[in-house]
Design a protein around this ligand. Structure first.
Ligand SMILES: [Zn+2]
Length: 83
């Protein structure tokens, strides 16, 4: 039986990638999000902002050291349109 590749989705409430274990969104997750939301950058940013708020709440309970600025970088900065 062929192995089905695991989707790169976040494991809540720790927000690590279920497939590769990197902090979510990992590189693969970012690529699939960019593909999924191609031509609709605003919808992608709204989607990520919603997830960031959720991650912020959950991670604040687990790791009080995580700052909102780091999460903004991690969830949003990479997705902003360049230039
Ligand atoms: Zn991953």
């Amino acid at each position: 039986m062929a192995r089905i590749p695991r989707p790169h989705l976040p494991v809540r409430p720790i927000w690590l990638c279920r497939a590769c274990g990197h902090p979510w969104p990992c590189g693969t997750a970012r690529l699939s999000l960019l593909t999924e939301y191609r031509g609709n950058r605003m919808a992608l940013l709204i989607h990520l902002a919603t997830l960031k708020v959720e991650a912020e709440e959950q991670l604040a309970r687990l790791t009080p050291g995580a700052t909102p600025a780091e999460l903004t970088e991690r969830f949003l900065s990479w997705a902003r349109a360049r230039g």
